[in-house]
Design a protein around this ligand. Structure first.
Ligand code: NAD
Length: 272
């Protein structure tokens, strides 16, 4: 089969640059276009030079429609409203859409799901193998350790530029814990604590967010019981783990039926 032609949207961003780099390192994938927002000062710049890997001959453009028309797939780590629009465009073009963007509102999640009835979309708050494996372990731990005796807290730290909180990965891990407990995360999560909060309510899943410096992403799920504590931790040392996962997701999605897929599907990690 010929190389899968991929567009990177948000090509000048932190993840966009890592994606351009990752595509060149993976057999079977080729960068065919790089897209940035209207008016970005990187329009016209070479995507390879932005990624620090020398000239690739792929200039950054703001014409997403033209870029999608010549592609087999799109890698998208941008912003929620932007990814919703790109999901529409990818569905219209009939190409695989890999969404790593986080911070979606419910209505935006619904819009992505609607687009996934027309094309294959792989969406995950974390594209790394390690975090997806961790989510399976968290689900098992939450199932094994009873809610009455074991409190679950999700702690995360990211770099100071991150705009959403808790992180998409923290929510993914919280969702895994909620699945293990067979409860709805939305009805049982404590996203913020401040002031006189009263004692902790049993069965809730708490979140704590730290921001600072250049931290790529660190997550711990803490199961705290009487006299003992279990901590399941992942530390991302480099953005390339997410970028390689995204390229892998695109290759996996090629030729798949329309649908909304996760990284667990791509990695073939059993949830049971
Ligand atoms: P960033 O701000 O560095 O990059 C975002 C890029 O998108 C910017 O260059 C911006 O100009 C571009 N953009 C905005 N609007 C656009 C438009 N209309 N068309 C094209 N490009 C547009 O942010 P980042 O650190 O790279 O993170 C991006 C997203 O990816 C965030 O939501 C972050 O949480 C998420 N993320 C996910 C994973 C994962 O594994 N799922 C890993 C890291 C980051």
């Amino acid at each position: 089969m010929s190389d899968m032609k991929l567009v990177v949207v948000g090509a000048a961003g932190r993840m966009g640059r890592a994606l351009v780099d990752a595509i060149s390192a993976v057999d079977g994938a080729a960068l065919c276009a790089a897209v940035e927002r209207d008016g970005a000062d990187t329009i016209g710049a070479d995507a390879g030079e932005l990624a620090g890997m020398g000239t690739l001959g792929v200039p950054v453009t703001d014409d997403a429609e033209a870029a999608f028309a010549k592609a087999d797939g799109v890698l998208d780590f941008t912003a929620p409203a932007v990814s919703v629009r790109f999901a529409e465009l990818a569905a219209a073009a009939g190409i695989v859409h890999v969404i790593g963007t986080t911070g979606f509102e419910t209505a935006q999640e619904d819009a992505v799901a609607a687009a996934a009835t027309r094309t294959a979309i792989v969406k995950s708050g974390n594209m790394s193998l390690g975090v997806n494996l961790l989510s399976v372990l968290v689900r098992q731990a939450a199932m094994a350790l009873e809610a009455a005796d074991w409190d679950i807290e999700v702690l995360e730290m990211h770099h100071k530029h991150k705009v959403d909180a808790p992180s998409g990965t923290a929510l993914l891990l919280g969702e895994a814990a909620a699945q293990g407990r067979e409860i709805a995360l939305a009805d049982n999560s404590v996203r913020v604590r401040d002031g006189i909060t009263g004692p902790r309510e049993a069965g809730t899943i708490g979140f704590a967010t730290l921001r600072g410096g250049s931290v790529v992403g660190e997550h711990s799920v803490i199961l705290a019981g009487e006299g003992e504590r279990v901590e399941l931790t992942h530390k991302a040392l480099d953005r390339s783990i997410f970028a390689r996962g995204a390229v892998k997701a695109a290759l996996w999605g090629r030729g798949k039926d329309p649908g909304l897929y996760s990284m667990l599907d791509v990695l073939g990690i059993s949830e049971s």
